[in-house]
Write a protein that binds this ligand. Structure first.
Ligand code: NAP
Length: 492
């Protein structure tokens, strides 16, 4: 059984903490994949110091040369794609096709970021004075902390680490404790691609201890976080006290709006994909279906039939559609929300309990669940569940649909199903989410397109696409006077 170690200052660390955490396959808890050695606070500090010491030389490395290393990491990920996908499925539980999809996204992000290394352009700006001009230069912050969740344990670290490194920062990477295997493999790949010692440091350790030590270290100059609102807001407060920037992508409660004139087959299929795919463990998962009364009965009948058609099982089995919840805590949270839905008076129309039998008894499987006649005040309409649970909210018309869809503290993703062009554009104008989809699921994204949310979901610059380097760079403004004389006139 492998032992996962932190990688600090170019070497695998034998932690003195004596504390370990098992890496468990959530589809079969008897399958213990490995064990992580958890860092002490002092060891986490060592990771920041290593990144700090490596920063000057990495910043001086020309951006295209940094990009070449990142591009090579992408090629190595491609070579090890099946091995990475297998580990992702085994430790996180998603199906093997979802795992391959995540790998494809990560490789695309790496390719995109490598290209950006040749486009770290500034501006040249004419001055008010003769023989003067100004220009801007993009510069790295220094040490950046990348703190990541378990649900996309390859793609999310990659879409933080790759732009951070291309921009010339050095990185301390703190992955979720329950997905160490993929984090170790990614770190190996970046180093095999040619990163100098200390440029990327992996810290395996608990968030409340090792993570806390990293984000509060004075040498850390920026924090990129993806995870829960509770932790994201805490990190934002801590960073504010030190005056450093934070990028935080947090929870979602993403609605689909289903209107009378929609293609019902498409609406049902896309909602099912968004709600139950990846076991509902996507920040962009569909968790609310806001459906006009005229088509609500048909929608509910068809989505229930679709929910019941999915095969649950171990993700490595190619015939599996839906894997388990990631761990016992998440499994219990989903079951708890099923109880809350019932207690609050929603109508349970399918699922609602642990899934068992057929090889499911050793895993954290829950049935794909649909609650009908959910009202906007119910907790299952307001709180992120992060499981395969869909709440159907019935509304009388488009206007009410928009009020209900926007009645959320979150603002990540959304969809509308309609063939009326006027309603499509009204929806785009009025929906309060950072991303929206027309006649397609709330999920998904592309490496070259910005990704992120508004309201309580997102803080700071968008990740990926044309905005991917924004968070990782500072702007330096340079004034050039080539008159060779004392300045004549004033600049105000
Ligand atoms: P989480 O509990 O907030 O943990 C995220 C990361 O923060 C983990 O690495 C965790 O370490 C670390 N952490 C915890 N406490 C910390 C502290 N005091 N200081 C520094 N780091 C700390 O989130 P999760 O359960 O892993 O992920 C699920 C959440 O992520 C959901 O809310 C989901 O919506 C959100 N998410 C959002 C997006 C988006 O783009 N908007 C994408 C994916 C996921 P440990 O693992 O050791 O606790």
């Amino acid at each position: 059984m492998p032992t996962y170690r932190s990688f600090i200052d170019g070497a695998w660390l034998n932690s003195v903490s004596g504390r370990t955490a098992p890496n468990i396959n959530p589809a079969n808890i008897n399958d213990v994949i490995g064990e992580s050695e958890l860092c002490t606070r002092e060891e986490a500090r060592g990771a920041v110091e290593s990144a700090y010491n490596a920063f000057k030389a990495w910043k001086r490395t020309p951006a295209p040369a940094r990009g070449r290393i990142i591009a090579k990491a992408g090629r190595l990920m491609e070579e090890r794609k099946e091995e990475l996908a297998a580990m992702l499925t085994r430790e996180e539980g998603k199906t093997i096709s979802e795992a391959r999809g995540e790998l494809t996204r990560a490789i695309n992000v790496v390719e995109f970021c490598a290209g950006e290394s040749r486009r770290m352009n500034g501006e040249t700006i004419p001055s008010e004075l003769p023989a003067n001009f100004a220009y801007t230069v993009k510069e790295p912050h220094g040490v950046v902390a990348c703190i990541t969740p378990w649900n996309f344990p390859i793609a999310i670290p990659v879409w933080k680490i790759a732009p951070a490194l291309v921009a010339g920062n050095t990185v301390v990477f703190k992955p979720a404790t329950i997905t160490p295997g993929t984090a170790v493999m990614l770190t190996e790949i970046f180093y095999e691609a040619g990163l100098p010692q200390g440029v990327l440091n992996l810290v395996l350790g608990s968030g409340s201890e090792a993570g806390d030590e990293i984000v509060n270290h004075p040498a850390v100059r920026a924090i990129s976080f993806t995870g829960s609102n509770e932790i994201g807001i805490k990190l934002y407060q801590q960073a504010a006290a030190r005056g450093i920037p934070v990028q935080a992508e947090m929870g979602g409660k993403n609605p689909v709006v289903v209107l009378e004139d929609c293609d019902m087959e498409l609406a049902v299929e896309s909602t099912a994909q968004g709600a139950f795919g990846s076991t509902g463990q996507r920040c962009t998962a569909t968790s609310r279906a806001v459906v006009v009364d005229a088509v609500a009965n048909e929608f509910v009948e068809r989505i229930v039939a679709r929910a019941k058609s999915f095969k649950l099982g171990e993700g490595s089995d190619a015939s599996t559609h839906i894997g388990p919840s990631v761990d016992e805590g998440q499994f219990n949270t989903v079951l708890k929300y099923m109880d809350i839905g019932r207690e609050d008076g929603a109508e349970l129309v399918c699922g609602g309990k642990r899934a068992s039998g057929d090889g499911l008894d050793n895993g954290y499987f829950v049935e794909p669940t649909v609650f009908d006649r959910v009202t906007p005040d119910m907790r299952i309409a307001r709180e992120e569940i992060f499981g395969p649970v869909l709440s159907v909210l019935r509304v009388k018309d488009f206007d009410e649909a928009m009020i209900v869809a926007n009645d959320s503290e979150y603002g990540l993703s959304s969809s509308v199903f309609t063939n009326d062009a006027n309603n499509i554009y009204r929806f785009v104008d009025e929906i309060e989410t950072g991303m929206t989809h027309i006649n397609s699921p709330t999920t998904g994204g592309e490496a070259h397109i910005p990704f992120g949310g508004i309201k309580s979901t997102g803080i700071g610059a968008r990740e990926q696409g044309s905005t991917s380097l924004d968070f990782y760079t500072e702007l330096k403004v340079v004034y050039v006077d080539y008159t060779g004389r004392k300045r004549e006139g004033n600049l105000y």
